[in-house]
Structures are given as structure tokens and as C-alpha cells.
Design a protein around this ligand. Structure first.
Ligand SMILES: *[C@@H]1O[C@H](CO)[C@@H](O)[C@H](O)[C@H]1NC(C)=O
Ligand SMILES: *[C@@H]1O[C@H](CO)[C@@H](O)[C@H](O)[C@H]1NC(C)=O
Ligand SMILES: *[C@@H]1O[C@H](CO)[C@@H](O)[C@H](O)[C@H]1NC(C)=O
Length: 473
């Protein structure tokens, strides 16, 4: 079979870089010589200031020297996603995790824009599931997600029909298309825009009012989870399957296209129990999703992102499904690109050197850094399993998807997994899932996985895959 991706080493500019690196190395040696001479001569050279300076210079030299192997061996991957078409029946299930932590700092309308863009990937909807983890435990986020599930019945068919190359996120799409060429707006576009704005107004007015009307609360049983006792820091686990994508779902019965599964989760939080921030949410999501449809590939996104390329899942699968080495790959990390940077990216939020040189260079060594978001994981690598030589892709594990269970049964079974006491005296956070107890838990998790023998890929596609908001200060 033809390979699904290829890797090319970039040789452009290497001679110039060698010259440049040579001058720095010479300068480092000159500094060392100078310091050593100073220390030996004893003329005031043995002061603590001098020793401190020397230590700092040694540290810098060490850092600089270990960063050279990646700078000299930059490589680029390119994928052939059309070749996946022949393996269409083998496509694995993909679970997309979106994490939000606070309904005020991360407004529900922004969160559902991310969710809608995740639902509209070019991928068979019966193999796609989107999970929203709401650490804010907010009924407004839940309500917004219900609205989004209604809106997706209109917006997904629209995306499939009309959107080719634009971002599949309503807010970004309308801004781009409508500012672009206002005279070519079709009736379909105007209709969908109107529906979007109505939805946005309903969500925002509910938030301004601070309550959700009784009619809406009565319509969905899920609201019964919220009572006066529920606060952000103290509530039971809530799992609601809003769209059940298995087999024929509600949308199909209404004559719409099939939709991906959509799940709302707020894990249990109790005073005195550590919640472990985003890593804790991710680990709950890993367990809850394994109960619901156990997709073998997991993509995690922040709640302020959108997909800029609807084929991103296929492109990532080109690595995981590669005949020869795909089964050894644990995760595929995409770069973080931001849409709200200042003109000319004055603060260098997009980190061009790191992304295009250093991360691309680690790829030559079959390694990548897990940056906490924009990353496709193989579920098994997160569940603590070591990479096995005789391991082969096994889609049967998913095939026996809990076909027999109803949504309610799945919800009840999942709630237990999102309990705050579930991880007590287990290997979660040490051996399984994301590792706890570090400021850079994502990086440590990525390193741990690679220490277990898995490989990983940093993939910088030609067209940015995910755009997020830059941290603002
Ligand atoms: C979703 O749509 C149904 C009808 O299609 C409607 O009855 C319901 O109120 C809507 N839900 C929300 C939360 O807007
Ligand atoms: C989920 O899939 C993984 C492999 O990806 C498998 O090891 C695990 O047993 C499955 N879990 C369930 C609950 O089926
Ligand atoms: C979840 O934990 C709470 C204690 O915080 C316990 O009362 C409850 O029974 C647990 N739920 C399940 C389903 O295990």
C-alpha cells in the first residue's frame, strides 16, 4: 500500500546557519577561556560575582549546545489524505474533548462556537463524538449547548454544502464571508445567519437575566441537576448525552442529516477533594468517553478555538494509520496559532522560531512536545499501556460499542466515572491519563508517554488546522 505520509528534511539555509552557529560557538569558547584565565590569575577574579557569571554562562552554553541537534535537522511531514479513501471502512472513532472552566471568563457563546466547529469536521458523524467538560458546572453553559445542538441541525448541512475553505465556526465564518463580499450573499447564508443571531440573543439574554425560563427548563430533564445547592465548587457529577449519535438519532427522525454524538459533562466537585485543574477534567473525560463510545483517537481543544481546516482529522489519521510505523505513534501535536494577535504579531504569540524550527526539528528524532491543546492522542497511550511490538490497529474494541445500552444507562454509568473520589488509590494521575502535580502537566505527560516507548509527531500543516485566542494580559 502507498504510504500515508512522508517526511522530508529541510536543507534550505543550512550553510548559512552553520556559519552563524560557528561564530556563536567560537564566542562561547572565548568567554570560557577568558573566565578560566580570570579565575586562575587570582586578581580579584575569584569573587563570587565572577563565579556566578561563569555559572550563568555555562548554563547558557549548555542550553545552546543541546538545542543545536534540532536546529540542524529540521524536517517537514506531508500527508496524503486522499489515500485514506481506500481504508474508509477502517476509520477509527474520534472523540473530541473541549474543556471550559468558568462561564464568565469563557462565555458560553464562545464555547459553543468551538463545539460547533468540532462537530462539523469532515468525518463520518457516526464515528465522531464531541464532549464538553464544564468545570464551571454552569447551567448556562448547558443551556447554550442545548441551543447549539438545535442549531447544528441547520448549520452542519449548511457547512457540508457550502463551506469549502472557510473556518467552520459561525462567528469567524460570518465575519470572514460577510466582510469579504457582501453582494454575493445567498439566501441560505442569510437564513443561517439569522438563526445564529437569534440563538446568540437567547443565550445572552438568559445570562443577563441570570435565570433560564421555566418553559426551557421543563423541556429538558437535564436541568433537574441544577438546584440551589449546586455551586461551581460543590456539585454532584452531571453527564448528559445531548445527541446520541449511535444508529439513527433524533435529527434523522426529523429528516436531517445524521449528527455526531454530543455530550455535556461536569465532573463532581467537593470541597476538600483536589480537582487537579485541566488534567483532572481531561482524565474524567477519558473515562466518561470510554464508557460512551470509546473512540480510539482523542483530540483535545481549548474552548476558545476553532478548526480552520475541516479535514484535520483525516490528516492526523494519516500518521496513526500509516502501515509501517503508525501503530507506534502516541500523539500528533499541531501548532497553536492565534487569531487575535496584534498587527504584525508584535508580541510574537505565534512563536515562529519555536514552531517552524525547534518543534519541527524534534520531529527528526520521532519526538514531539505535548502542548496541552491541539493534540490528537491514541487512547491507549493515555491509558498507561506500553507500546507493544506486536500491536496492531484493532477496531473491534470499538465495534462492540455499547450498542445495547440506552442513553440513560450510559449516563448513569458515566456519572460514577466522573466522581471526585473515583481516583482515590488508583493509578490515575500517576500511571494512567494525564499526570498530576506539575505546573507543566501536559509536557510531563507527553514525556512520560514517550519514555514508555511510544513515538510522537509534530505536524505543521500547510493550512493552519486550529486557531485559538492568544493569552491577553
Ligand atoms: C430545540 O428545538 C426544539 C424543536 O425542534 C424546541 O422545542 C426546543 O425548545 C429547542 N431547544 C432549545 C434549548 O432551544
Ligand atoms: C476502550 O478502548 C481501549 C483501546 O483503545 C481498550 O483498551 C479499552 O478496554 C476500551 N474500554 C472499554 C470500556 O471498552
Ligand atoms: C460519588 O461520590 C459521592 C461522594 O462524594 C457518593 O455519595 C456517591 O455515591 C458516588 N456516586 C457513585 C455513583 O459512586
Amino acid at each position: 500500500m502507498q504510504p500515508l505520509f512522508e517526511t522530508r528534511e529541510c536543507r534550505k539555509g543550512r550553510v548559512a546557519y552553520s556559519l552563524f552557529a560557528g561564530t556563536i560557538m567560537a564566542a562561547i569558547c572565548a568567554i570560557w577561556l577568558y573566565r578560566i584565565q580570570e579565575l586562575m590569575s587570582g586578581q580579584g577574579g575569584r569573587s563570587w560575582a565572577c563565579i556566578g557569571m561563569f555559572m550563568a554562562e555555562l548554563w547558557f552554553s549548555f542550553y545552546w549546545i543541546i538545542s543545536q541537534p534540532v536546529r540542524f535537522k529540521v524536517c517537514r511531514h506531508s500527508t496524503f489524505k486522499e489515500r485514506l479513501l481506500t481504508r474508509e471502512d477502517k476509520l477509527p472513532g474520534v472523540d473530541i474533548f473541549v474543556c471550559t472552566a468558568d462561564p464568565v471568563m469563557e462565555p458560553p457563546i464562545m464555547v459553543i462556537n468551538t463545539v460547533l466547529s468540532a462537530m462539523s469536521f469532515n468525518y463520518p458523524p457516526d464515528k465522531l463524538s464531541v464532549y464538553l467538560s464544564d468545570d464551571g458546572g454552569s447551567q448556562f453553559t448547558f443551556y447554550a449547548l442545548l441551543e447549539a445542538s438545535n442549531f447544528s441541525k441547520h448549520c452542519l448541512p449548511f457547512c457540508n454544502k457550502f463551506i469549502v475553505d472557510q473556518p467552520r465556526n459561525p462567528e469567524a465564518y460570518f465575519a470572514q464571508v460577510i466582510n469579504g463580499n457582501a453582494d454575493h450573499l445567498s439566501q441560505e447564508l442569510l437564513d443561517i445567519k439569522k438563526k445564529y443571531e437569534d440563538m446568540k440573543n437567547r443565550i445572552e439574554s438568559a445570562i443577563t437575566k441570570g435565570s433560564i425560563s421555566k418553559e426551557i427548563r421543563d423541556e429538558h430533564d437535564g436541568f433537574s441537576e441544577w438546584n440551589d445547592q449546586v455551586t461551581k465548587q460543590n456539585h454532584q457529577s452531571i453527564v448528559q448525552i445531548i445527541i446520541d449519535g449511535r444508529g439513527t438519532n433524533a435529527a434523522e427522525k426529523e429528516g436531517c442529516d445524521q449528527l455526531p454524538t454530543l455530550v455535556y459533562m461536569a465532573r463532581e466537585k467537593r470541597p476538600g477533594w483536589p480537582h487537579n485543574f485541566k488534567a483532572g477534567a481531561m482524565n474524567s473525560l477519558i473515562r466518561v468517553s470510554s464508557e460512551i463510545d470509546n473512540g480510539s483517537i482523542i483530540l483535545n481543544l481549548d474552548c476558545d478555538m476553532f478548526a480552520n481546516n475541516a479535514d484535520s482529522i483525516q490528516e492526523a489519521l494519516c500518521f496513526f494509520m500509516h502501515e509501517k510505523s503508525g501503530h507506534e505513534i502516541a500523539f500528533v501535536q499541531h501548532p497553536q496559532i492565534f487569531y487575535n494577535t496584534t498587527p504584525n504579531d508584535l508580541y510574537s504569540n505565534n512563536m515562529h522560531v519555536i514552531v517552524q524550527v525547534e518543534f519541527a526539528g524534534t520531529g527528526s528524532y520521532d519526538a514531539a512536545m505535548y502542548c496541552g491543546t491541539n493534540c490528537f492522542h491514541r487512547r491507549e497511550s493515555l491509558s498507561g499501556r506500553k507500546y507493544l511490538k506486536d500491536y496492531r490497529w484493532n477496531s473491534d474494541i470499538e465495534a462492540k460499542k455499547k450498542a445495547g445500552k440506552t442513553s440513560q444507562e450510559l449516563e448513569e454509568a458515566s456519572k460514577v466515572l466522573a466522581n471526585c473520589s473515583y481516583e482515590k488509590d488508583t493509578q490515575w494521575g500517576t500511571q494512567m491519563g494525564l499526570i498530576y502535580g506539575f505546573a507543566v502537566e501536559d509536557v510531563v505527560t507527553g514525556l512520560t508517554i514517550q519514555c514508555r516507548g511510544w513515538k510522537s509527531v509534530f505536524y505543521n500543516p500547510k493550512r493552519a488546522a486550529f486557531l485559538g485566542m492568544a493569552p491577553t494580559t
